[in-house]
Design a binder for this molecule. Structure first.
Ligand SMILES: [Zn+2]
Ligand SMILES: [Zn+2]
Length: 150
């Protein structure tokens, strides 16, 4: 069985997580990726329909795993502000699209499946970031940014 080398794999995996199409670097065939959620992370299977070259990747064999780290507080705030309902937002650590889910209408959870970061905020804060009074806004943001309130 043929497998992709590390450089090829890195390009394909980046493309997958950035929601671009995944193409075989050997023959340019389009690959249909299969993502299987696991209890710890995921299993991503890529197989070229043309040449049959295959790859299986998890969070722990990701070519970029050594660069993975926790989101910083400013990044967490930025994610919440920059999130787009349609397109999501790009993870500042691994460049995957970060999804948001809502738990019981009260809490937004931002979760990056690729690098495993997670951040939860009350929906109130997320909505309040649009316009309302400046002072109120800042107080709420200070709460998100790690609790050093004025
Ligand atoms: Zn191929
Ligand atoms: Zn990430």
């Amino acid at each position: 069985m043929c497998i992709f080398n590390r450089g090829q794999l890195e390009i394909m995996i980046d493309a997958f997580w950035n929601l671009d199409g995944v193409f075989c670097p050997r023959d340019g065939a389009e690959i249909e990726p299969h993502l299987y959620p696991q209890r710890e992370g995921y299993l991503l299977v890529l197989a070229c329909p043309c040449c049959g070259t295959k790859a299986q990747v998890t969070r722990y064999s990701d070519p970029k795993r050594f660069a993975f780290r926790m989101w910083t507080q400013p990044e967490r705030v930025w994610l919440a502000l920059g999130h787009d309902r349609e397109k999501g937002v790009q993870c500042p650590v691994c460049r995957a699209r970060v999804k948001r889910r809502t738990i019981g209408e009260l809490i937004h959870v931002f979760e990056c499946v690729r690098c495993g970061n997670q951040h939860a905020i009350p929906t109130l804060i997320h909505q309040a970031t649009s316009p309302p009074p400046m002072h109120k806004d800042r107080t709420l943001l200070a709460g998100v940014a790690g609790g050093h309130s004025p």
